[in-house]
Write a protein that binds this ligand. Structure first.
Ligand code: HEC
Length: 159
């Protein structure tokens, strides 16, 4: 094999390695410096943040876009705020205790969709909607509030 071909192969190898690190295949995680690629729950199409363009993008939301980890997890004030939002927007289908009626159970140990077991998957279905009655709450709530509801979901059923 000539040197030239070898060099080309190395470049190709390095490129695929870089790609592998930045996008771990399932699109669920990204390197720290990457912006997370959010997807629509139903068709995996790229999710753009087009709702409520006047909202304040808080530092927590910015951080979430970078890491896909909810910065409000475990924070008492956020959980309390999230509880109010949950009772207002989510209870009708998922019930006060999260055991579900029109919407699935949110407090047992399985998720209808694999991705909703992660912060990213929860955010995606809450922001942009899922099947049937699970509408896009990003139209009604700021992204910061969605993170607070998610902090509440983490403790719901464990209070
Ligand atoms: C009008 C009924 C309705 C309301 C209100 C509703 N949901 Fe849902 N929710 C559903 C349905 C139906 C599904 C299943 C959709 C799917 O899998 O595509 C769902 C799915 C979910 C899931 C994924 C569950 C899993 O097992 O994968 C989460 C998380 C969720 N909802 C959170 C919320 C939150 C948070 C709110 C309030 C902001 C909310 N929902 C309000 C009906 C509702």
């Amino acid at each position: 094999m000539s040197r030239r071909v070898l060099a080309l192969l190395c470049v190709a190898g390095a490129a695929s390695l870089t790609y592998g690190v930045a996008d771990l295949g399932d699109g669920l995680t990204a390197g720290a410096s990457e912006t997370v690629k959010f997807l629509h729950t139903l068709d995996d199409q790229p999710l753009e943040f087009t709702f409520r363009t006047e909202q304040t993008i808080t530092p927590a939301v910015e951080q979430f876009h970078q890491t896909a980890e909810n910065p409000y997890r475990g924070d008492a004030d956020s959980i309390a705020a999230g509880k109010k939002l949950y009772l207002r927007w989510c209870k009708s289908c998922h019930l006060k205790d999260g055991t579900g009626r029109i919407g699935p159970n949110l407090v047992d140990d399985k998720w209808l969709r694999e991705r909703t077991g992660t912060d990213q998957g929860k955010f995606e279905i809450i922001y942009a909607g899922g099947a049937g009655a699970m509408q896009a709450f990003g139209r009604r709530m700021d992204q910061d509030d969605i993170l607070k509801v998610m902090a509440y979901l983490d403790v719901l059923g464990k209070e």
